[in-house]
Design a protein around this ligand. Structure first.
Ligand SMILES: [Zn+2]
Ligand SMILES: [Zn+2]
Length: 446
């Protein structure tokens, strides 16, 4: 109302000028939306091809780092980009500047290939606020249907274990998704442990297997389940506290211990079938037992179990680093990484430690990423190819008149965007959300 009043009191020339200004805003916005569609295409391609996998947790984390989106907005871009991959009509409306990014973003939360057409109609007819309200109501219907379905599925969980006539035990069940995922992982881990050297399955390893044939997948699964059960009972089903899961044994020659400056002389016991680099990673932040050997190699002393990073120092480390220090990561928790490994004489001091999340701790040990601390205390990361991985990348180069360039580009694509391209058909009537959902949603009761 206020605006109308003010406009009305302006001289006619100014009204025309403001109209032009408004048209220009609308036209440029449509151009930006069309460009956003192209951007989302690129993001979808980059995401699908794993372009972010060189040190980043996710495509969103990469976007945050590279183009400076806040993490929430970055996740949303990736979500919309992925969704539009199966929603060609909405994607096209955005690419033509006919539907704003805000509307497409909202509609893509609920649209499926089956409902896309109807929801596109909602986007064309209503304002962004109408669209938002319809989508919210739509999700309520979806959620209710989903919750009812999930409850029914959960009810159907079951595990039957019974003896067959021939004495074998039969196991048959339905697990919900989470429990199932854990079981699959545990089976894979146990299989890995039992059949690590595939093709090298000797009769000695499986004395009961008279056939000498390598066991089938189903047979391996059966053995793996047995191992899981045994392991669970053996460990009193106690998962243990996170920091104490890994223990490393360090062998040192007595002479070396007397000369603390001698580095590289201690040896990590090769962990159970993990690579040297992996055992060094696990050893970075673990519990440690030191065994001293005399010159003949006999163990003369076994030290007490200690943490490689004492609790007090770890607290300070968390306080200082506040999370993973890998560029662009920022996960608020992590493991203490020795920049120079303690097995090579690296000290357990704040300046030789950096907090890294599990993903990035692996990156520096096993994937060839390098980290060093500069004299000024800053950390410097390099990719496996030696290229610097800056905390924040330098901004992309932009043409001198980016808006002109954008318009030229759209003209070249014969995309004719004007001030009314994204205008809704809404004529001002009141929006009846309940009625709209009844008419539009395939699951709505009405
Ligand atoms: Zn480490
Ligand atoms: Zn990280």
């Amino acid at each position: 109302m206020n605006t109308d009043f003010r406009v009305a009191s302006l001289p006619v020339a100014s009204i025309a000028e403001l109209d032009r200004l408004g048209d220009e805003i609308a036209e440029l916005s449509a151009h930006l939306d069309a460009a956003t569609a192209h951007l989302l295409d690129l993001i979808r391609d980059f995401d699908a091809r794993g372009g972010w996998g060189n040190g980043f947790r996710s495509c969103a984390a990469w976007l945050t780092w590279r183009i400076g989106l806040d993490p929430g907005a970055a996740r949303e871009r990736v979500r919309v980009a992925r969704a539009l991959g199966t929603l060609p009509r909405l994607a096209q409306a955005l690419a033509r500047g006919e539907l704003s990014y805000a509307k497409v973003r909202a509609l893509s939360r609920v649209a499926t290939p089956e409902t896309e057409e109807r929801l596109l109609g909602v986007g064309r007819a209503g304002t962004a606020e109408h669209v938002e309200r319809i989508v919210r109501a739509w999700r309520r219907v979806d959620r209710n249907a989903e919750a009812a379905e999930a409850a029914m599925l959960h009810k159907s969980r079951a595990l039957h274990v019974y003896q067959d006539e021939d004495g074998m035990m039969v196991v048959r069940g339905r697990l919900d998704r989470e429990a199932g995922a854990v079981l699959i992982q545990a089976l894979a881990a146990a299989r890995e442990r039992l059949y690590r050297q595939t093709g090298n399955v000797s009769a000695e390893t499986f004395p009961a297997d008279v056939s000498m044939e390598p066991p089938t997948m189903a047979q391996q699964q059966a053995d793996a389940l047995g191992l899981i059960a045994e392991t669970a009972l053996h460990h009193g089903m106690d998962p243990g506290s996170p920091g104490e899961r890994y223990q490393v044994v360090v062998h040192v020659d007595a002479a070396v211990l007397e000369d603390p400056d001698a580095s590289g002389q201690s040896a990590l016991e090769p962990g159970a079938h993990v690579s040297a680099e992996t055992s060094r990673r696990l050893g970075c932040d673990a519990s440690r037992v030191v065994m001293r050997h005399d010159p003949d190699g006999r163990v003369v002393e076994v030290g007490a179990l200690t943490r490689t990073i004492p609790a007090a120092l770890r607290r300070v480390l968390h306080y200082r680093d506040r999370g993973c220090r890998f560029p662009g990561c920022g996960l608020p928790f992590g493991q203490g990484h020795h920049i120079q490994h303690w097995a090579n004489g690296g000290p357990t001091t704040l300046s030789n430690l950096a907090l890294l999340c599990r993903r990035h701790h692996r990156a520096v040990h096993e994937e060839g990423y390098q980290v060093e601390r500069l004299p000024d205390g800053e950390l410097r990361f390099r990719r496996p190819d030696g290229k610097l991985l800056p905390d924040a990348p330098s901004p992309a180069t932009v043409p001198a008149d980016p808006i002109h360039a954008l318009r030229m580009q759209h003209d070249a694509q014969e995309l004719h965007i004007h001030a009314r391209t994204a205008m809704p058909n809404w004529l001002g009537e009141r929006l009846n959300v309940g009625y709209a959902i009844d008419v539009l949603h395939p699951l709505a009761a009405g």
